[in-house]
Design a protein around this ligand. Structure first.
Ligand code: MRU
Length: 352
């Protein structure tokens, strides 16, 4: 049951490709029907791609922003990193403003700032190396979390996930989807339910597509079917990713996650959050302080360009919500598992 996981089997999709002078991003608006990469030649194109969800998922937008900094620096002629940093600041701020909720974006930019501030004449190589390191470390973290999270799951379990947390949302393998991949590979997970994830349909379009390519057949459910599904006993674990985990364990993730946690607790299913430590924000005390992105209500009026809402209707489109730590049974990062997270457990794991 604890056999090694064949990671390479899952490493087929790469949403972010650095060619040496441009960034190619898999256009996730078009999946699964068209597999098409968008070329970004400058940092503003990267910021726009993040804003438009061409690239999405907390770790993936952090990695993209790091490459965005490399692009922004391309035409700068400066003697050292500190001088470069001054000139790059406006472009970095535009990258940072592309989406507000996932802390990985600010985290990656802070890392790029740190190495630039300390770099000498070789600053160009230093930032390219750092962007690559951010991507490589993310992939390694996902593989580690896959093993740690899967170990919590009993043989023959049913699991439910939300949004997309796979290779498409990361440098590869995925966070929550990585745990699911590892759990299936080890025979622990017998059945996977994927929530549709309205309005952008990350579950229906992206997670289902990724799992199909692994030979894992997920069962798609409407978001509104989750509590009914859990009532029937089909789900032992709800496994989700995160966009920001606060100092007390409160977790922001795709809208709909909070109601899954409530339903899970009510029906005796366990709730697992899987995210690299780059998603942990020890400077934010609790979920109340997280800025929740609200997107254009127009995203709710149509599916695939076909209008589904009545004309002239108002809509509210928050795209994340916060699950209070009391509803979370385990937070899995590459540093280990935190069971029943709270401020003390988070401090013990992450300091601060
Ligand atoms: O709006 P999205 O698609 O970027 O939202 C993504 C999520 O909420 C994911 O669950 C989260 O970023 C973790 S991805 C590993």
């Amino acid at each position: 049951m604890t056999q090694a996981i064949d990671f390479d089997r899952y490493d087929r999709i790469r949403p972010i490709r650095w060619t040496g002078d441009t960034l190619e991003l898999l256009d996730q608006r078009k999946l699964p029907f068209e597999v098409e990469y968008v070329r970004c030649a400058d940092s503003d194109a990267v910021a726009e791609a993040i804003r438009l969800l061409i690239v999405r998922g907390a770790p993936a937008i952090g990695i993209s922003a790091a490459w965005g900094v490399v692009l922004a620096a391309r035409d700068i002629d400066a003697a050292d990193g500190a001088q470069t940093l001054q000139r790059l600041e406006p472009a970095m701020q535009r990258l940072n403003a592309a989406r507000p909720t996932a802390v990985n974006l600010a985290w990656a930019l802070a890392r790029m700032r740190r190495v630039l501030a300390a770099a000498g004449a070789d600053w160009r190589e230093v930032i390219a190396r750092e962007a690559q390191a951010i991507a490589d470390e993310d992939l390694a973290a996902n593989r580690r979390m896959g093993a740690l999270g899967a170990a919590l799951i009993a043989e023959g379990s049913g699991v439910m996930t939300h949004c997309n947390t796979g290779s498409l949302a990361t440098a590869g393998f995925g966070t929550a989807l990585g745990v699911i991949r590892a759990g299936v590979a080890q025979g622990r997970i017998a059945r996977v339910f994927a929530g549709e994830t309205r309005p952008w349909l990350q579950g229906a379009r992206l997670t289902s597509w990724e799992l199909q390519q692994d030979g894992i057949a997920p069962t798609l459910v409407a978001d509104a079917a989750a509590a009914h599904l859990m009532k029937g006993g089909a789900v032992q674990w709800v496994i989700v990713g995160a966009d920001r985990i606060c100092a007390n364990g409160d977790t922001a993730n795709k809208i709909g996650t909070y109601q899954l946690a409530i339903a899970a607790r009510h029906h005796g299913a366990k709730f697992m959050v899987v995210a690299p430590s780059s998603t942990v924000d020890m400077d934010t005390a609790s979920g109340d302080a997280i800025e929740i992105e609200e997107r254009d209500p127009g995203e709710m009026f149509a599916i695939g360009g076909v209008r589904t809402a009545a004309p002239d209707i108002a809509a509210w489109n928050p795209v994340f919500d916060v699950t209070p730590h009391e509803l979370i049974d385990a937070i899995v990062t590459e540093k280990g598992v935190i069971e029943r997270p709270d401020a003390a457990a988070m401090r013990a794991a992450f300091g601060g």
